[in-house]
Design a protein around this ligand. Structure first.
Ligand SMILES: Cc1cc2nc3c(=O)[nH]c(=O)nc-3n(C[C@H](O)[C@H](O)[C@H](O)COP(=O)(O)OP(=O)(O)OC[C@H]3O[C@@H](n4cnc5c(N)ncnc54)[C@H](O)[C@@H]3O)c2cc1C
Length: 440
């Protein structure tokens, strides 16, 4: 039984785990018309990395192949986890140029979803820092592509959710750092206008993100905590850590031992959590470890169990900047009115991006979690209408239930993407449950 991180849907899948390129090519050829899809570490939330007939686990493609300490260029296999890159290269003074909110994703999954991080407004998305990748096609050929080599295939592969082929290897550029610490500034925003103003004021900060209390209403609607950060310099690091500034500060993890009983997360528990979290967010500057800054959720292993056995869905949309103030307000009002607050609610200002299947666009993205059940799904249809009316789109890496109407309106590059996909893989062998649901 396989699922994404949201544990919805959960499907009986045949999993194939190739050890090398030859195995992977054989699996792709064997799948033929019945299709298959690559899977990284299953951290997409919905059905993007599932195929009943054949799901190709890439986790054994886990080797670091080459590194140039002059330029920070790393060549690695597609199943390498970001956590492996961090463990190996942070002590050497290098950090991923872009990282999502969990370090337990593979390089292949990060390229296929073209993930964004807290620095999207400054540095773009993950693939903006990829020089080239090797892609296995359905006929067994391996094509090297990049911004200057088969650029069309490269463009369709970024954000292409594994549908243009299976990524075997990639060369990425890491960023130099001098410490494993972050100078973090926390700012309280009592309402939506203030937090949006703060994002605009903070565009020169490398990293920005806000936690938003999506159950707050009326004058408090949109109250948030903004976290902005920069890689700390050695003199900023706590004195007793300056001798080894690149040593990873200790970070504790605990795990959720079992599925939470139904109903633990309800409007009252979430409202209480949100009120406490907002008040505890101490405004001011602190020097914090990179791990808690970038990956606060990773310290609670298996936190997806909190939503119980039926699982949950994450709803992540982005609205164009001119429509964001009105549109985000409408979304938050709908959430607060319905009392369906999520305790993991994130707001972020994204920068410009124009690739075919890119999720980011210049504007505000809002991410909310909800338990997976029928009332949630009919409520999310209401949110879909608001997103569509404001010219927005949903993120495929989080999606498990969107309809084709919203997909078409949100992704104008879809037709061109399909043309490229068919040109390189005419039999359409690369297919996920999500691709079938959305006719991608
Ligand atoms: C706690 C948490 C926080 C997150 N924060 C962010 C965030 O801040 N920003 C963001 O953008 N995303 C975020 N995500 C989503 C996550 O980064 C993406 O879903 C990412 O794609 C997951 O990588 P994975 O290796 O687990 O891939 P999977 O979930 O296994 O697969 C995702 C997609 O990639 C394809 N794929 C995987 N490997 C390959 C390959 N080798 N070749 C071709 N296709 C492949 C799959 O077919 C599928 O379509 C978060 C997820 C979690 C759980």
């Amino acid at each position: 039984m396989l699922s994404g991180w949201g544990r919805y849907p959960r499907i009986d899948c045949r999993v194939v785990t190739p050890r090398d390129e030859g195995d992977a090519a054989a699996a792709v050829r064997a799948a033929g018309n019945s299709g298959l899809i690559a899977r990284g570490n299953g951290r997409s939330y919905g059905d993007a990395a599932l195929n009943r007939r054949a799901t190709l686990s890439m986790l054994r493609f886990d080797r670091l192949l080459a590194f140039d300490p002059e330029t920070g260029r790393l060549t690695c296999e597609a199943g390498v986890l970001l956590s492996d890159i961090l463990d190996t290269f942070v002590p050497r003074g290098w950090f991923p140029a872009v990282t999502p909110g969990t370090r337990f994703v593979t390089v292949g999954g990060a390229i296929a979803a073209d993930v964004h991080g807290k620095n999207h407004h400054k540095d773009g998305s993950f693939v903006d820092h990829v020089d080239s990748l090797d892609l296995l096609l359905e006929d067994g050929r391996v094509i090297t592509c990049g911004p200057d080599r088969e650029p069309e295939l490269f463009t369709a592969t970024r954000g292409g959710m594994g549908l243009t082929g299976t990524i075997l290897r990639a060369t990425l550029r890491l960023r130099p750092i001098t410490t494993a610490w972050i100078r973090q500034e926390t700012v309280r925003a009592p309402d939506l206008d203030t937090i949006m103003g703060l994002f605009e004021e903070s565009v020169d900060w490398t990293y920005t993100v806000a936690w938003i209390d999506c159950l707050a209403r009326s004058a408090r609607l949109g109250r948030s905590l903004l976290f902005r950060g920069e890689h700390a310099e050695i003199e900023e690091v706590p004195a007793d850590r300056r001798e080894r500034p690149l040593a990873t500060p200790r970070h504790r993890t605990i795990s959720v031992p079992c599925d939470a009983p139904p109903g633990v997360l309800n409007r009252w528990t979430v409202a209480a959590f949100n009120a406490i979290y907002y008040r505890l967010g101490t405004p001011g500057t602190a020097i914090v470890g990179a791990w808690p800054f970038f990956y606060p959720l990773d310290s609670l292993l298996d936190w997806n169990r909190i939503y119980g056995g039926a699982g949950f869905v994450q709803y992540q949309c982005v609205l164009p900047k001119p429509a964001s103030a009105v549109g985000i307000r409408a979304l938050l009002e709908a959430v607060a009115r319905a009392g369906r607050g999520s305790f993991l609610a994130v707001l972020k200002l994204l920068g410009k991006q124009n690739e075919l299947m890119a999720f980011p666009m210049e504007g505000y993205t809002l991410a909310l979690d909800f338990p997976a059940n029928a009332p949630t799904f009919s409520f999310l249809n209401e949110l879909d209408a608001i997103v569509a009316d404001h010219g927005g789109r949903l993120y495929l890496a989080k999606d498990a239930r969107m309809g084709t109407g919203l997909l078409h309106r949100g992704y104008p590059g879809l037709a061109a993407f399909r043309d490229i996909r068919v040109r390189w893989n005419p039999a359409g062998s690369f297919r996920s449950l999500q691709a079938e649901r959305l006719a991608l």
